[in-house]
Write a new protein. Sequence first.
Length: 331
Amino acid sequence: MTRHFLVDTDLTQAEQAQVLDLAAALKQDRYAVQPYAAPGAGRKTVAVIFDKTSTRTRVSFATGVADLGGVPLVIGAGESQLGHKESVADTAKVLERMVSTIVWRTYAQSGLEEMAANSSVPVINALSDDYHPCQLLADLLTIREHKGRLAGLTLAYLGDSANNMANSYLLAGVTAGMNVRVAGPVGFLPDPAVVDAAAARADETGGSVMITTDPAEALAGADVVATDTWVSMGQEEEKAARLELFRDYAVDSAAMEQAADDAIVLHCLPAYRGYEISADVIDGPQSVVWDEAENRLHAQKALMAWLMAASGLAELPSLPGAAAGAEGTGA
């Protein structure tokens, strides 16, 4: 069965840990796994499609595919027939005959679902309007590096809580067994369906979910504090109103005083100093955002290699520190 990664809960807790173990191993030995380099058969190609602009996603996937022995085929917005002259389903049926994996940064989650439903090769959500699961793998890897574990830690996310990052923090965090607290103003809280899905996963893993409008309630004793831009792509005309709406949810020194003394700070970038996060915090000793950015590369390489193995399209060698096996029954 072909395995895809469209939403954070497409990996079980055990599978998520396998991917993170593999990511840690690949960070130590960058070229140890080569699922896209077929002995005697050349290098396999990965389609990396961008409907939205990107820095970290584009660089990390293109570099990661090359590190894994493959050839990244980067397709920018408007450079293919996808979505305007050709359906997603037809595009998927063409791509699956030519490439080994499809990575897509797009708008509608439904498009990714249609792509996966019509593809015999793995499809990866490199960001949609609803979820950013690849970012969360990097975030979890970063937390584990700095805290030594994930299960039982408390993560507080502040700001626009109706966006893709809040959704993925909820789903990926509880999958790892974390206690996830999300704080935002009324009208900018997560979709109840996402909250319900996170609560259901938390019941399986021992994690927990808190949704609140009170930033202090979310921050109290938190081990990890995370935020994201208040003005995402397409929201530029709302900038002034959004800055006023979210100002009480800024991650600044006053906010960090409410978290645990040894709390670390995450931001998926790009960051706007003086808005969602202060300069003294993002550039201070509690910030791990540059480790987080680098870990996009290692986490996504591990994900691609794991999906290829779980789909029966490649084999994973035994690596020091990496859990064996890529089987599993996740969606």
